[in-house]
Design a protein around this ligand. Structure first.
Ligand code: SF4
Length: 446
């Protein structure tokens, strides 16, 4: 938990020498507490005080990096209970589980299918990140082989799940290069798993049978020098698991409980009997507050809505998703192709561009910066005014690309036609459909 000015003052030399640029140590402490000064400005802070101050300024939920390659992720690092207070930063990592007894053929088929499950949405590539390998029969060769195949032949990162330290060692040896998550140290294996994670510099999950019982385990592991921890309160009852997530987040953020200040992992695959319910539970944990979630399978119809829910929850509520202002080619437009204009709200762009694409009429789409507002809202807020939009058409470079002089305006902004035409002498401003869904018929009928 952040220190107050008075608490910081007690750690300073209290000589009021002014070398930091402030008249007293107390004034410096107050500025430091509010983030307006740097500790290095005082040359006389002891090493001990420096360590305490650094510890106090660490994030309440430690960020933990998981995996390697294009699907590596940072989890944790969250600072708020409610997304609208600021934003959630690090997306929940989504995983599916396979048993170590899976046949080579089945594993390859799954990897091919799962790897193809990638979706483009508002400019983002949405895809799951990890595969959990669960030790089924204590067969370390089989466990290592499955982990190795996933690590070497796919982009997926790996969660190694075994209660047997020898099996776990074999898994670590097989895929350690991909920075797998070791799951999980318990009260029985905390020393062995702690040492294994430390020796191999790997993130380690910790599992207990309650939130309270996690505390001595994480304390012990931190004392061993481990910081990249992921915690599992052990509950597989939906209500209890949900309450645990909230309790952990609250304890870390509001109670300053460092022992619980780690990202969490949840297991919908062990809480439901079918993938639909699992997916709904996973969506719940995406919102509150699972940093990782493990399903039994991925299918298009289950994964896509889950990834979309994740994208929505983890966008900054104070900054709409936007496109860059400019000229976008839809299809293969030429000098005779229609010119349409819209705003830079990402959703508006993707809906409009999608409808133009489906019309099969290659077009130029001009995207005007409206600070991420949709057409009607931007117009109402004065950010899609006729003179501005006209000036943009004039300067954006579209005149060098087409030999006609017509621009199609969204129906909702029909009121700005006159002003636009004043800014664009010789041009015709045509009012297009109000709804994007009507764009294909509109373009085809021209
Ligand atoms: S430089 Fe350090 S000791 Fe001197 S006044 Fe500033 S805080 Fe106090």
């Amino acid at each position: 938990m952040a220190l107050t000015g008075i608490q910081i003052f007690k750690l300073l030399p209290q000589t009021n020498c002014k070398e930091c640029g402030f008249p007293t140590c107390l004034a410096f402490a107050m500025q430091l507490a509010s983030g307006k000064a740097e500790l290095d400005q005082c040359p006389y802070v002891s090493d001990e005080a420096r360590e305490k101050l650094a510890e106090a300024s660490a994030p309440p939920i430690l960020p933990v990096q998981i995996g390697k390659g294009v699907r590596k992720r940072t989890i944790g690092g969250e600072t708020v209970l409610y997304r609208h207070e600021k934003t959630f930063f690090n997306q929940t990592v989504i995983s599916a589980k396979v048993g170590s007894d899976i046949s080579e053929d089945d594993l390859k088929k799954k990897l091919t299918t799962w790897n193809a499950l990638q979706f483009e949405r508002v400019g983002y590539n949405m895809r799951p990140e990890m595969i959990a390998v669960e030790d089924v029969k204590g067969d370390k060769e089989a466990f290592a082989k499955v982990a190795k195949t996933i690590a070497e032949t796919s982009e997926f990162n790996v969660i190694l799940m075994s209660e047997n330290v020898d099996v776990m060692k074999a898994g670590v040896e097989a895929c350690g290069f991909k920075a797998p998550l070791i799951y999980a140290a318990t009260d029985k294996t905390v020393d062995d798993y702690g040492n294994l994670a430390k020796e191999n510099d790997l993130p380690l999950a910790v599992k207990a049978d309650s939130v309270e019982n996690l505390i001595p385990l994480t304390d012990k592991l931190v004392d061993m020098g481990l910081k990249r921890l992921v915690i599992d309160s052990g509950s597989r009852d939906v209500k209890q698991a949900f309450e645990d997530q909230v309790a952990i987040r609250r304890a870390a953020l509001k109670g300053g409980n460092r022992s619980l200040g780690f990202p969490t992992i949840t297991f919908p695959c062990e809480m439901a009997s079918n993938l639909d319910i699992e997916t709904m539970l996973a969506a719940m944990f995406v919102a509150k507050y699972g940093a990782m979630t493990v399903l039994s399978d991925f299918t298009t119809e289950s994964l896509f809505p889950l990834l979309l829910a994740r994208l929505n929850i983890y966008t900054d509520p104070q900054r709409p998703m936007t496109m860059e202002e400019g000229i976008y080619e839809i299809g293969k437009p030429d000098e005779n192709s229609p010119v349409l204009i819209t705003t830079n709200f990402a959703l508006t762009y993707f809906v409009v561009s999608g409808e133009i694409e489906s019309s099969k009429v290659s077009s130029w789409l001009l995207v005007k910066d409206t600070e991420g507002l949709s057409v009607l809202t931007a117009w109402a807020a004065g950010k899609f005014a006729g003179d501005d939009v006209g000036m943009f058409v004039n300067k954006c470079g579209i005149k060098d690309k087409v030999k006609h002089t017509e621009v199609i305006l969204p129906g909702y902004a029909a009121a700005i036609v006159g002003e636009m035409e004043e800014e664009l002498p010789g041009w015709t401003v045509t009012v297009g459909p109000r709804e994007a869904a009507h764009i294909p018929a509109f373009l085809k009928a021209r």
